[in-house]
Design a protein around this ligand. Structure first.
Ligand code: AHR
Length: 673
């Protein structure tokens, strides 16, 4: 019997325990969630595609189509230096066509698409600019832009597709005889998630909403670290900043995707199974859009920012020296992020958020500093962030007062993980000792744990965060099995396959997370998206291609837990000794039990096809004693053929299973073989 006392509360469970983690791995953002259909829309690929600026583009007709680089005065803006010049000297239409991402563009019959382009007529050319949606050689949607000016200007059109097609669909931009420059050639489905401009693929975003996530961690992962410090993810680039990190004004506004510098993604082509596809980031799905998505799915945005070091596995974790002005800028960037999310129109970065269209502050509480980084040098970097935020909390409590930083600790690969993490707990303890006036929360709101292990690891570690293993006080944070004292952000985890076995082991593990929801504040499966056409990492939670999306079995586990998340842990215990539906196919004394058996107070209350000496009690159980005698933990003995615990006989049940004996009593299950 399971006894639960509704008024006997053990502790509250974090109200944002189950969340999601989005990283642009497996082409999850560009070519995935971000609904842009044109690949290499601003011709910035260059070295990211083996110096092929025309990557994803092909010529149409007899044309000279060339990417112009290094034209500082004639380009669209400094963050978008390349553009395409199309020159047609023939008597037929000619120009360029884009093939889309990965497995190409997908279009639906009678559906609208938003086309836009920046263009300028050259050598007095004023138009037209013909835009066509092609399905193979058939025109299945078209429009024309007239009166093109000699200066860069944005032009927009709506195209409607007359067919449904997921193969060989291209977007063509052509002109009759003449010369024109184009940039930011873009095509979005009109039906994006929540109908947002520069929006997200509806089917993929709805999958996220259905998960009921409490938080959204973004944008990485290794993506944040970068393969080199120069190619790290800089949140300011993702909303449009100039080369010195200041807000970048373009066409009288801020945040325009045409004014965002493109970035190189750490998940490069060599890591993908299909090396045809270079990996880059348009930042079209940038920090603004991530926070907007978090709000749309009713989650708290949990940004992760670079700590001043790149990926340790890639370039030995290089970065600027601790005392350099360059490193101080990383800290300033973190402080500015809070202002971007919370500041009003009188603040420098709050004003940018408002200009981008979000008057209300974005929800923010936790900021991850670094990802999977560890060691003394990382600790010193982290400590500098801590000092700066603690100062900011004092000088501007309204803006920074409740912000919590998260310390990272590397990745647990099963056996050695304990040691990897313990280094971080030692560092935290050292910090506390040196700051006797501070609490552990002044150091870290949580420690970021990651693990990608076998299903068996998850099954055997459901008690990982139980108090016996993970201390609730800082006193024992370095002596408990897995550390303690700090709240936990389980930023990434997954049992290594998309199978029932893995999903069930994750479910078992999640019961442990929920039971310890006082100390485990957030947890997210990773990675979130797997692109069926080109892949860096598997297993993943959600699989997609250009027109479909599929949930893994692991997805349903996440969904069940998040939709039915507990709020409070109540005290419970097991009494009676009912073993319900325990699969059973062994021998007990005389007679065979083929299926489940139920016990109550040492009495068999049901047993399918089973026989025990023709009786339903254990009172004549001499035949069992040979097994029971093996219950040798000291508290148990056999009296009158019964398995007896000195003070408690009623909670006792025993069964034998192919030579083993188990007992069940007071919530404990043990096997004796
Ligand atoms: O989730 C995939 C990767 O795994 C993340 O980028 C990184 O943090 C971890 O190693």
């Amino acid at each position: 019997l399971l006894n639960i006392n509704a008024s006997d509360k053990v502790h509250d469970i974090s109200d944002i325990l189950y969340g999601i983690f989005i990283e642009d791995i497996n082409f999850a953002a560009d070519g995935g969630l971000y609904a842009e259909m044109v690949q290499n829309r601003s011709f910035e690929f260059t070295n990211l595609a083996s110096d092929n600026e025309k990557h994803a583009w092909s010529d149409v007709g007899t044309v000279t189509a060339k990417v112009v680089k290094g034209d500082k005065t004639g380009c669209l803006n400094a963050n978008n230096p390349n553009y395409m010049v199309i020159e047609n000297k023939s008597d037929s239409d000619a120009g360029i066509a884009n093939e889309g991402f990965l497995d190409g563009m997908s279009i639906k019959e009678n559906t609208g698409y938003d086309f836009s382009v920046y263009a300028k007529g050259m050598d007095s050319y004023t138009g037209p600019l013909n835009v066509k949606l092609m399905n193979g050689s058939d025109v299945v949607g078209s429009g024309t832009i007239e009166n093109v000016t000699a200066e860069w200007k944005k032009y927009e059109l709506k195209l409607t597709s007359s067919v449904t097609s997921n193969k060989n669909v291209k977007l063509q931009v052509t002109i009759p005889k003449g010369k024109i420059a184009v940039d930011m050639v873009s095509l979005f489905p009109q039906d994006t998630y929540k109908g947002r401009k520069n929006g997200l693929r509806k089917d993929l975003a709805e999958k996220l909403e259905e998960l009921h996530p409490g938080f959204l961690r973004f944008p990485g992962g290794c993506v944040v670290e970068g393969a080199t410090i120069e190619t790290r993810y800089n949140w300011k680039d993702s909303i449009g900043a100039d080369s010195s990190g200041q807000p970048f004004e373009f066409n009288g506004t801020y945040g325009d995707v045409a004014a965002r510098k493109q970035g190189q993604n750490i998940w490069t082509d060599e890591r993908a199974t299909n090396d045809k596809y270079p990996s880059f980031m348009t930042y079209g799905l940038g920090f603004y859009e991530y926070f907007q998505l978090a709000e749309d799915i009713d989650a708290v945005g949990v940004p992760v920012i670079n700590c001043g070091k790149c990926c340790m596995g890639q370039s030995d974790g290089n970065g600027p020296s601790l005392d350099s002005a360059e490193f101080k800028q990383y800290i300033q960037d973190a402080l500015d992020l809070v202002e971007f999310c919370r500041g009003d129109k009188t603040t420098k970065w709050g004003k940018i958020r408002i200009a981008m269209g979000h008057e209300k502050p974005f929800k923010l509480k936790y900021i991850g500093i670094g990802n999977e980084q560890w060691g003394d040098d990382f600790f010193k970097h982290y400590e500098a962030f801590v000092d700066a935020f603690n100062d900011a909390k004092k000088t501007n409590p309204a803006l920074y007062g409740d912000i919590e930083l998260m310390f990272t600790a590397g990745v647990d690969d099963g056996d050695s993980g304990k040691d990897v993490y313990m280094e971080a707990y030692n560092e935290a303890a050292t910090w506390l000792k040196a700051h006797p006036d501070k609490t552990i929360n002044d150091f870290a709101g949580a420690i970021d744990h990651h693990y990608y292990n076998e299903p068996s690891w998850f099954l055997t570690h459901t008690d990982y965060y139980d108090e016996k293993n993970y201390s609730r006080t800082t006193d024992n944070m370095t002596t408990s099995t897995y550390g303690g004292g700090m709240n936990v952000f389980l930023g990434e985890y997954a049992a290594q396959s998309n199978t029932w076995k893995a999903a069930l082991s994750e479910a078992a593990y999640m019961t442990g997370l929920e039971r310890n929801g006082d100390i485990v504040k957030m947890a997210a499966y990773a990675p979130l998206f797997g692109n069926l056409t080109a892949l860096h990492w598997s297993p993943d939670l959600i699989w997609f291609n250009n027109n479909t999306v599929t949930s893994s079995v692991n997805y349903y586990v996440q969904k069940i837990f998040a939709k039915n998340a507990g709020t409070t842990l109540l005290k419970s215990d097991m009494s009676g000794a009912t073993v319900a539906s325990k699969p059973f196919a062994g021998k007990v004394g005389v007679g065979t039990w083929n299926t489940a058996a139920k016990f109550d107070n040492a009495k068999v209350v049901s047993n399918d096809n089973g026989k025990i000496l023709g009786k339903d009690t254990f009172t004549k159980a001499e035949n069992f004693s040979k097994y029971w005698e093996k219950a040798t933990d000291g508290n148990w003995s056999v009296k009158n053929g019964k398995l007896v615990q000195s003070s408690d006989v009623t909670n006792t049940v025993a069964y034998g299973n192919q030579g083993s004996v188990a007992y069940f009593g007071n919530n404990t299950w043990k096997n004796y073989t």
